[in-house]
Design a binder for this molecule. Structure first.
Ligand code: SAM
Length: 188
């Protein structure tokens, strides 16, 4: 997503409250807004931000230069089909979570200005969560954690169950509108 939404700011607040340090992985960085904020606010010292889209990474890199961010590495990578050989203190992601059949009901402002690949996984909206649940334990350092944005009330219970099934501890956080939207996930 190239136009950051206010809900995503809450991700930064949730991570800030955990007062972490070390490094992070941002999956589907888009404009780079999450990764850049985490480094700008000195919540982590280094980060890796991945995206499948070369166009997104071009914009993210422009933002990185604009905000004079150091220690942020961008990688063009298809998270659903490629592996990452590094470990992190935190994995953060606002992945494409809209099922294709719900794309038609999106507001014009979203559908007109965002590429489809930023919005939908072309499956059931849960592909990225399933992959993060499977890969998470090998990508996290000891005491590492995962913070995820979801589609909100209708989807979050399904996403929570995916992580419970893989033996994680899951806490739900609300967005600015009081809607259940974010998950804080730690391996048991
Ligand atoms: C909802 S946007 C989130 C953008 C940004 N992180 C934010 O919160 O505003 C999802 C991003 O995931 C990227 N993406 C889609 N499929 C991907 C894949 N298979 N691997 C990596 N990134 C992918 C899209 O290009 C898009 O930038």
């Amino acid at each position: 997503m190239l136009i950051p939404r206010p809900e995503t700011e809450t991700i930064i607040e949730i991570i800030k409250q955990k007062s972490e340090s070390g490094n992070f992985l941002d999956i589907g960085t888009g404009s780079g807004c999450i990764a850049i904020s985490l480094l700008k606010e000195k919540i982590f010292s280094t980060g890796v931000a991945i995206d499948i889209s070369r166009e997104s990474l071009f914009i993210a890199n422009q933002n990185k230069l604009k905000f004079q961010i150091e220690n942020l590495e961008f990688k063009q990578l298809d998270f659903l089909n490629e592996n990452i050989n590094q470990t992190f203190n935190c994995i953060v992601s606002n992945p494409p979570y809209i099922p294709p059949e719900e794309m038609k009901s999106l507001k014009d402002g979203v559908i007109k200005f965002e590429p489809e690949i930023a919005l939908t996984d072309f499956s059931d909206g849960l592909s990225f969560y399933r992959k993060i649940a499977i890969d998470g334990k090998k990508l996290l350092n000891p005491n590492g954690f995962i913070i995820l944005e979801t589609g909100g009330e209708n989807q979050i219970i399904q996403v929570k169950q995916i992580f419970l099934d893989q033996n994680y501890i899951v806490i739900i956080h609300k967005d600015q509108n009081g809607e259940n939207r974010f998950l804080e996930i730690t391996p048991k």
